[in-house]
Design a protein around this ligand. Structure first.
Ligand code: GLC
Length: 436
């Protein structure tokens, strides 16, 4: 059994730390300008300017069953889709606003179709819900708000009431957690109470503004098992490093305990569909992100930003296929796996994961060595070794490299795996070690 113990949390994370790999979906009106999901704020757009997207939003090629099939083929086990992003536009049929997809040419509850399609594929479903709202009339203008640079911006806050806005959020969270069956994850985003910029009267927002305690209590009362992230500024189940790969298992800042964590990453940098972005990650980097995450006890939530017409563009499809190709043969080193026991140290260019029951160790080869893989500390511990990709045996020796080479020294604890000269087809080959 794995010896790592994480801080206890209110939700049910057992399935989550087994499944390890999920799909983030950022989809909303911002897919139309196709230049970042923050476009309304980045360009300080007026309501009228942003309304063009509302008026013409018509995802005629939206087929969430295809999305779900692609997520599943990529090896993903769950998904989290934007119910509402910072622009305030609702991808679901809320009774508390007219600013929703049912009132656009889309004319239907897009979130519901996502839920049904992903569930039908056996994937767990989650909702992303933005705490920011740049459309709601009660959400006060602050340094991130599109109206921040308007002349007399401060006056715009007269009559805006965050109390009414936080009640609106509770109403919507009640809808989301009542009308769509069992929801596995609720992903609030985000708090910035310590953020300082802009005019002196501008303040960041955090748990007091969101009334996070009441919001979370409500969510838990409706779906007790649900996994909630910590971005409402109250510790819940998940820590969520964003566009950053941690270098060690994340610990609680106050208690030092290991926590349940999920890295979120993008294919190309932005979350919403960005047509002209040129910074798409390489296949190797995509795979390394997943492997490195699990090798440090975390999950990876990898994002797709669907197009305005509702499909995954060719670059996203290619990236998902990279995962699919690799996971088809190597997912055993991901599902049900975690960080290897502390005494098992991976050599340079390798990453270890270990099955949570402790019986198997997986060696991921980021660089393919010639002839021999030398693993200090593993002599006497391994019963059988094979490539995971094709289940082909790998012979090994202990104590020294079986090779005529002057000066080769014995090292009692050394395990040496004999490797074929030709690298297996997997971009990152995996060796499966059955431990004694
Ligand atoms: C950030 C961004 C946002 C994105 C999110 C995903 O907080 O504001 O656009 O949805 O990260 O983690």
């Amino acid at each position: 059994m794995s010896s790592y113990v994480t801080k206890k949390t209110p939700g049910n994370t057992a399935w989550f730390t087994h499944d390890r790999f999920g799909m983030f979906i950022h989809w909303g009106l911002y897919a139309m300008p196709a230049r970042h999901e923050w476009v309304k704020s980045n360009e300080c757009m007026t309501e009228a300017q942003y309304d063009r997207y509302f008026q013409y939003f018509d995802p005629d090629l939206y087929d969430p069953r295809q999305w779900a099939a692609m997520a599943k083929a990529a090896g993903m086990k769950y998904a989290v889709m934007t119910a509402k992003h910072h622009d305030g536009f609702c991808m679901f049929d809320s009774a508390y606003t007219d600013y929703k997809c049912t009132n656009t040419p889309a004319g239907r509850d897009l979130l519901r179709e996502y839920v049904e399609a992903f569930r039908a594929e056996g994937l767990k479903v989650g909702f992303y819900y933005s705490l920011l709202d740049w459309h709601h009339p009660d959400f006060t203008v602050d340094m991130l708000h599109p109206r921040r640079n308007d002349p007399g911006a401060e006056q715009l806050n007269a009559g805006r009431d965050m109390k009414r806005y936080s009640a609106y959020m509770r109403n919507q969270v009640r809808e989301l957690l009542t009308n769509y069956g069992k929801i596995d994850i609720l992903w609030f985003d985000f708090s910035y109470s310590d953020h300082q910029s802009g005019e002196p009267w501008m303040k960041g927002k955090g748990k007091n503004d969101w009334e996070s305690e009441a919001l979370i209590a409500l969510a838990r009362s409706l779906q007790p098992e649900i996994i909630i992230d910590n971005r409402a500024e109250i510790d819940q189940d998940l820590w969520t490093p964003e566009q950053y790969q941690p270098k060690s298992w994340i610990r609680h800042p106050d208690t030092g305990e290991l926590v349940t964590w999920e890295a979120c990453q993008t294919f190309s940098g932005s979350w919403g569909y960005y047509r002209d972005e040129m910074s798409w990650k390489s296949p190797e980097m995509l795979l390394r992100m997943l492997i490195e995450t699990v090798s440090l006890g975390g999950n990876l939530l990898m994002n797709v930003g669907p197009t305005a017409r509702g499909y995954f563009d060719h670059r996203a499809c290619k990236a998902l296929e990279v995962y699919g190709q690799w996971m088809k043969y190597n997912s055993r080193s991901i599902y049900g796996c975690t960080m290897a026991e502390p005494e098992l140290k991976a050599p340079a260019d390798c990453r270890f994961t270990q099955s949570q029951d402790g019986t198997r160790l997986y060696v991921h080869l980021f660089a393919y060595p010639y002839g021999y893989l030398e693993l200090p500390g593993l002599a006497g511990k391994v019963e059988y070794a094979q490539f995971l990709e094709d289940g082909s045996e790998l012979t090994f020796t202990e104590g020294r490299v079986e090779h005529f080479s002057l000066g080769a020294t014995r090292q009692e604890d050394l395990l040496v795996i004999n490797l074929p000269a030709v690298k297996p087809r997997s971009l990152v080959p995996v060796i499966e070690l059955f431990l004694k």
